[in-house]
Design a protein around this ligand. Structure first.
Ligand SMILES: [Mg+2]
Length: 316
C-alpha cells in the first residue's frame, strides 16, 4: 500500500503524540528496571496506555505550539513560534519541561528577542529542539535549504548550541525524506549524515547505521548508543528503533521505551519517524481516537500539509 503524503503528515504528528504518551510513564527508569517486567509488545504497550490514557508531555505541547504558529503565520516565523512557546510557558502547564527550555523561555518572558533567548552553553546540547521540530520537517519537505534555515531559527529560541541544532536538523530532514516517500530506508542515515555538519550526532548516527547493518538487536544497540536526553544519543537511538522495526509502529515504540531513560522523547521522535514513513493507519485506531487533543493534532497536520503542498520543489 502506498500512503499519501497527507496520511504521512497526520501519521507523523499523531505518531509523535502517541509515542510521547506511551513513553511518559517510564521516563527516567533504567532499561534494566523496565526489562524486568518481561512483557511482549502489546502487553507492554497496552499496560502503558492504560496508565497514561493518551496524556502526553512537554514534547507534544511544544509540537502543537510550533504547529499552531506555522498555521497562523502560513509558514514558519521564528518570532511567532517564540510567542507560542512563551504562551505555553505562561500557562504553567509545563508537563516535564526541560531545564534549558525553561531558562530560555524565562529569558523571552523577561524581554529577550527570539535570537537572544536560547541558552548558549555547552550543556545546552539537550534534545528539546529536536523533540519539537517535526512540524518544520513536514512544512519544508520539498525545500531542504529552507528546512535547514527554519530548523536553525527554531532551535536557537531555546538551544543555541551546535549539537542541539544539528540533532534537530537530523530529525527534521529525516521526516522530510520519509514524508516525500522516495527513499529506501536503508539509505536514510547515509542521507542525513550527508546533510548535517560534523558533530557527535553525526558520529552516533554512523554508529547506528553500522549496528543496523550488523542486525544488532535493538536492546543491545540502544545500550551502545545511549538513551539520555543528550541530543546525539536521543536522535541515534530513535533512528535505530525506527529502522530496526520500520514496518511496525508498535514494535518500534516498544523498543524506544524499553531502552529506558528519556523514554517519552525517544518514543516521540521514533513515533514521528514511523508515522512519516507508514502513515497514520499504521497506528492502532484506539490510540488515535483516545490520544489527548487527537482532532486538533490531526487538523494541524492537515493544515501544514496544505501549506507544504504549495511550496515549490528545490530537491531531486
Ligand atoms: Mg517530555
Amino acid at each position: 500500500m502506498i500512503e499519501s503524503a497527507r496520511d504521512k503528515f497526520i501519521g507523523c504528528l499523531l505518531g509523535l503524540a502517541i509515542g510521547d504518551a506511551l513513553g511518559s510513564r517510564l521516563e527516567g527508569f533504567s532499561a534494566e528496571a523496565i526489562g524486568r517486567a518481561n512483557l511482549h509488545v502489546m502487553e507492554f504497550l497496552d499496560e502503558l496506555w492504560s496508565w497514561s490514557r493518551g496524556r502526553w508531555t512537554d514534547d507534544t505541547k511544544m509540537v502543537i505550539a510550533l504547529a499552531e504558529s506555522i498555521v497562523d503565520a502560513k509558514g514558519f516565523d521564528p518570532d511567532k513560534a517564540a510567542r507560542k512557546y512563551l504562551e505555553w510557558y505562561e500557562s504553567g502547564d509545563w508537563r516535564g519541561i526541560g531545564n534549558i527550555t525553561q531558562q530560555s523561555l524565562a529569558n523571552l518572558k523577561a524581554g529577550a528577542s527570539w535570537r537572544e533567548s536560547g541558552v548558549k552553553a555547552d550543556w545546552a546540547a539537550g534534545n528539546g529542539a529536536a523533540m519539537r521540530i517535526a512540524p518544520v520537517g513536514l512544512l519544508d519537505f520539498k525545500q531542504s535549504d529552507k528546512l535547514r534555515k527554519d530548523v536553525c531559527d527554531d532551535a536557537i529560541i531555546t538551544h543555541n548550541n551546535h549539537e542541539a541544532i544539528t540533532g534537530s536538523i537530523a530529525v527534521a530532514y529525516a521526516i522530510s525524506c520519509l514524508a516525500r516517500g522516495n527513499i529506501n530506508i536503508t539509505n536514510l542515515i547515509p542521507g542525513v549524515v550527508g546533510f548535517i555538519h560534523p558533530s557527535e550526532t553525526l558520529l552516533k548516527l554512523e554508529m547506528a547505521q553500522k549496528l543496523f547493518e550488523q542486525k544488532v538487536p535493538p536492546d543491545d544497540a540502544l545500550s551502545n548508543l545511549g538513551t539520555s536526553s543528550y541530543v546525539a544519543e536521543t536522535v541515534a537511538s530513535s533512528f535505530y528503533c525506527f529502522l530496526s522495526s520500520s514496518t511496525s509502529y508498535e514494535t518500534a515504540i516498544y523498543y524506544a521505551i524499553k531502552g529506558g531513560n528519556d523514554t517519552d522523547t525517544i518514543a516521540a521522535i521514533t513515533g514521528a519517524l514511523c508515522g512519516s514513513h507508514l502513515g497514520f493507519e499504521s497506528i492502532p485506531l484506539e490510540w488515535r481516537e483516545e490520544v489527548e487533543d487527537a482532532q486538533r493534532i490531526e487538523d494541524l497536520a492537515i493544515s501544514i500539509y496544505e501549506l507544504a503542498e504549495e511550496q515549490t520543489e528545490d530537491r531531486q
